[in-house]
Design a protein. Sequence first.
Lengths: 235, 421
Amino acid sequence: MIKLENIHKTYFGAQPLHVLKGINLNVEEGEMVSIMGASGSGKSTLLNIVGILDNYDDGDYHLAGHMVKDLSENQAAEFRNKYIGFIFQSFNLIPFKTALENVALPLFYQGVGRKKRNALAMEYLDRFGLKDWADHYPNELSGGQKQRVSIARALVTSPKIILADEPTGALDSKTSAEVMQILRDVNATGITMVIVTHERGIANLTRKIVHLKDGLIESIEENDPDKMDFTKEIK
Amino acid sequence: MFDLDSITEIWQTITRNKTRSILTAFGVFWGIFILVILLACGNGFDNGMRSNIEGFSTNSTFMIPNYTTEAYKGYQKGRYWNPDMSDIEAIKMKIKGVDMISPILTEYSYNGDNNVFFGTKGGNFSMKGVLPNYNDIDRCKVLYGRFINETDINEGRKVCVLGKKVYEDVIGADKNPLGLMIKANGIYYQVVGVIEPYNSNITVSGSMDETVVLPMTTMQLAYHNGDKFDFFVFTTARGYKTKDLQEEVKTLLRERHDIAPTDEGAIMCFDFEQMFTMFDYLFLGIKILIWIVGIGTLLSGVVGVSNIMLVTIKERTREIGVRRALGAKPALIIRQVVAESLLLTILAGIVGLVIGVSIMAVVSGFVGNTPSEDVMFLDPQIGFGAAVAATVIIVLSGLMAGVLPAMRAIQIRAIDAIREE
């Protein structure tokens, strides 16, 4: 599903910063992978490149069989909309839109009609137990509810991949466990999932843990999440 | 380009950020509001001033004899001359482009005392001898009876038409004046009509309101003028130039009255058209000034909209970034921002237009919209054309205001939304 070959990325600021120094990574369809690393290790940059939010300098990136390189803004937008669902640490819901409207927004950009859009969005909200909260604005929701809305938003376009950047970073341990359970359930339906985190407990719930250090993959750890005790892992 | 969905999306963004939208739109509202008020006031003054000259033929020229300033054909300079009825005929025959021509003879009270009487009541008024067509140049409303007619002229009837004030002062407003005999400068005339000038701001040797009007021939007989008169007025026919006509008439008069061809002083010429043209230019100037000031105000409003939109775009980095991450294409973001600006300005502009027009309608109700005496301000409303122009300006300015913020918005990349502060 995701195939990265020798990806290089340098930020040119006052001092050029070579963030990714040749990343090689394969993520198969239906896998659940976490990327770990200290801050500055390049994990967010990697996620941005995988999410086609940022471009890379050198190497090759194939997404679902398509070569992703030097895309125009329009092509990138289309790819994102079609293949990728994003989940952010701070949820990034649009504050003046209701839960339902937030979930329906990606469909709006796909050109789906209003009725169908809202029906589909409502279906996803219902799936995460938020049907009664559909008409609420984000500031009327709890952190866990907000993250569930954003998961619904990420899923509503039926993407191939979910990219989650510290999805539990702003949540307490109980809701973190809930959100992780949801992500695992989603993964169980066959959607590839890549989670960036610096919490070992979260990473332990994924099948593959990629350790990044100084712009290189240090090691890839195989893991069996089913052996893990949820409440123990997430504190 | 704008389907219902997009409009709903834009409408939502505007209405759910009320404070921001109202602040943004206020500049344009204010610009249009001021423009409408200014235009309406300009029209009010224009209408007011024009109502003051209404009823008077604006293309008329008065020709008034004066002492000659050059000796000619054995005559000394300083000779006085009078035009006569044959001059009128000659001008009519020889000069093309003279539409109407009307001689005038005037008399006043000899010693400044009352000269017009009905019974014992009297007043001091001027008298004017005219032909029937005089009422086509210095138009008056006939309140009672009629104006001087051809039969009066042909038979030299001793009849008169009274100005309204003469009638009210001498006869009394409660009496039917028709058929009554009044005495003017010692001679009795039968009243056949009462007139009121449409406007009392332009007067020819005294307001028609305070004039006893006589048939020209009667007056010439009564005052031993032969067929001479004091001065005359003519109007220019459509398609002719007043200036050219004046020269032709002057040349003809000089020939007929042995005045030197170079004598500019012997014939005084009072050109209303020139005065009214000045008037027109004055109001054109005011109008241009109003548009400049109004559009200037509007432009600062537009700059305001653009400015606030720019700031809000910065504020909305996250929102726009998220939209980008969710698959919004750059063109869609541009469309959204421009459409927001357009919708805001159009709404604000229309509100400004409606409120401005409403206020001026109320003001108009107070100052009135019917011509009356001495009004400076009349019917201050904007025309349909101005309203359409204002609307076009609103739309254009909305587009203009949206361009810069839209350019800024597409520079926001999806990644900017993801970055944690």
